[in-house]
Design a protein around this ligand. Structure first.
Ligand SMILES: Cc1cc2nc3c(=O)[nH]c(=O)nc-3n(C[C@H](O)[C@H](O)[C@H](O)COP(=O)(O)O)c2cc1C
Length: 179
């Protein structure tokens, strides 16, 4: 059986508006349905934090497009995980704005806060924990188990091309399918 992976990245909106987010979501839901991708987009006017899950090559294909989109910048890949099952199985792309009531019910670890939402500064463990809590909350059941995919890269500058970063980590999962 093909592995399902879940990845998260964050970025900064360029010219944020709710209309832009609506447009992004409409296209995402259509494309992601075709590619059997599911996930969540958490946002406010300063940040996007997106979780995408599906087969590795489908995830990579959409991420390559997303990373070239000029409606956001400062893209940082945050985590790549192998999943025992989908965390957002019912949503080709659900969305939650950080100020929204929706997120008040999340059981977050104490040091995480949505008040000064800045996922750029969160650790990989924090990102996974946050997405796990969002999944539990939306699906009303515990998220399937996940396993962090190691990053075998050598020391590198803090800002690295996010797609190369993804490829490096995907090689641990799908070595035959990536050149
Ligand atoms: C923050 C952000 C998240 C996005 N998420 C998705 C997504 O999950 N799926 C998707 O197909 N496109 C997503 N997009 C849009 C893509 O960058 C791209 O515009 C779109 O996939 C092009 O689709 P089309 O060729 O069908 O017009 C996102 C864009 C941004 C800025």
């Amino acid at each position: 059986m093909t592995d399902i992976i879940g990845i998260a990245y964050c970025s900064k909106p360029v010219g944020f508006s709710f209309k832009t987010v609506d447009e992004i979501l409409t296209v995402s839901q259509r494309n992601n349905l075709q590619a059997a991708l599911t996930g969540a987009l958490v946002y406010d006017n300063n940040n996007y934090l997106q979780w995408l899950e599906g087969e590795p090559l489908e995830v990579r294909a959409v991420v390559e497009r997303i990373f070239q989109d000029d409606r956001h910048t400062d893209i940082k890949l945050l985590t790549v995980n192998k999943l025992k099952g989908r965390w957002f199985p019912d949503w080709n792309m659900t969305a939650a704005v950080t100020q929204d009531e929706t997120l008040r019910g999340l059981k977050l670890v104490p040091h995480l806060s949505l008040a000064n939402f800045d996922p750029q500064d969160w650790s990989e463990a924090d990102i996974v924990s946050f997405m796990n809590a969002l999944s539990d909350y939306l699906t009303r059941r515990p998220a399937p188990k996940s396993e962090l995919m190691p990053d075998n890269g050598s020391q590198r500058p803090r800002r690295v091309d996010p797609l190369s970063h993804l490829d490096r980590r995907l090689r641990n999962i799908a070595p035959d399918t990536l050149s």
